[in-house]
Design a protein around this ligand. Structure first.
Ligand SMILES: [Zn+2]
Ligand SMILES: [Zn+2]
Length: 343
């Protein structure tokens, strides 16, 4: 994974000159979590090196915004704040009006709705900002928070694993069911193999989750950052329901599996690529690759099954074209739309 200095190098504009002072300021900024006012950064920097002027710090902050290292956030109180993008995806905010604390979250469901609205209005969005103002739990109860806030990148990695685990579980339920349902012996073996793979992946992901939370005892108790409800529960559980419909044969079961895997692959790839370099991004992209392998396997099996069935009925009309399987059909779920896709 990228170190802070590699991260800065990647964002340095071509021909941009290096400067010791600037690198120092960027370095201090990247070590912070949350949202800093320009003056907060000035005090931080000057407490470490009083020779650096306010003007230099302001200029560097501006440079970081232009280079994509810092994002400017406006909580509507007349003061700009800055957050860095290192291992830190774009997100929405909850803002407490009493204590001015802000809390970060990201919801794929909200983003899907925003995308639907923009598509329907033929609008090309460049940025969406969602801020929820109100009173935080601490201010409501008067009790101090019992868990210290951890850096967002750790909570992000934890949540990315949770999303992947939930998806893997519903995939396992899907293939277990499909393998019971299948009549074609070869199709049955494929579903059994996929169920076994999902079980294995699930164990790997759970071990990784345990490793992460063992290393950081407060991590489990952190509030959620990713709200990916319909993505993690919905992709395969809709497929499980479809399997239960009367008259679903092997071919239809394969078709449903293909659709689920494709939607899952697209979803994880799209989000993974959008995220900044981070553990969370890696988890999403690795997961996307696994889903693509499953997709490829199912497409091969679908074709083989169609060929076998055609061979059994040599007089019947050609069924060699698996309509709606390899690319003609639109993806299900909310992740399709106008976004670019790898398939
Ligand atoms: Zn508060
Ligand atoms: Zn933020």
């Amino acid at each position: 994974m990228l170190s802070p200095s590699q991260f800065i190098e990647n964002h340095r504009p071509a021909g941009g000159r290096r400067s010791g002072k600037r690198d120092f300021i960027v370095d201090v900024f990247l070590r912070q979590s949350g949202h800093l006012g320009a003056d907060d950064l000035v005090s931080l920097i000057r407490s470490e090196d009083a020779r650096i002027s306010r003007a230099t710090i302001y200029r560097t902050l501006q440079w970081m915004v232009e280079a994509g290292i810092a994002r400017r956030v406006d909580f509507g109180d007349g003061k700009y704040r800055f957050e860095h993008s290192y291992r830190h995806p774009r997100h929405f905010h909850l803002i407490c009006k009493s204590c001015q604390q802000s809390f970060e979250f990201l919801s794929s469901d909200i983003e899907a709705i925003i995308e639907d609205v923009a598509n329907a209005r033929r609008f090309t969005p460049s940025e969406s900002v969602l801020q929820i103002y109100g009173t935080c739990e601490q201010c409501q109860t008067g009790l101090p928070s019992s868990v210290p806030r951890l850096p967002l990148e750790k909570v992000f990695a934890r949540d990315a694993l949770r999303v992947a685990i939930a998806t893997e579980r519903s995939g396992l339920a899907f293939y277990t069911r499909a393998s019971r349902l299948a009549r074609d012996p070869r199709g049955k073996r494929v579903f059994e193999r996929l169920a076994a793979e999902e079980r294995e992946h699930l164990a790997t992901l759970e071990a990784r989750y345990k490793e992460l939370t063992d290393a950081e005892p407060q991590l489990e108790a952190q509030p959620a950052f990713l709200f990916f409800k319909s993505a993690s529960n919905g992709l395969f559980s809709a497929g499980v329901e479809e399997l239960a419909a009367p008259g679903v044969g092997d071919r239809e079961a394969l078709r449903i599996g293909i659709r689920c895997e494709r939607a899952s692959h697209r979803f994880f790839k799209q989000y993974g690529e959008r995220f900044e370099e981070s553990e969370g991004r890696r988890i999403f992209l690795e997961f996307a690759d696994e889903e693509r392998d499953h997709f490829d396997l199912l497409v091969r099996e679908f074709r083989a099954l169609v060929a076998r069935q055609a061979a059994k009925r040599p007089r019947s009309r050609s069924v060699a074209s698996p309509r709606g399987v390899d690319g003609a059909a639109k993806p299900r779920g909310k992740t399709g739309g106008a976004r670019k896709s790898s398939r």
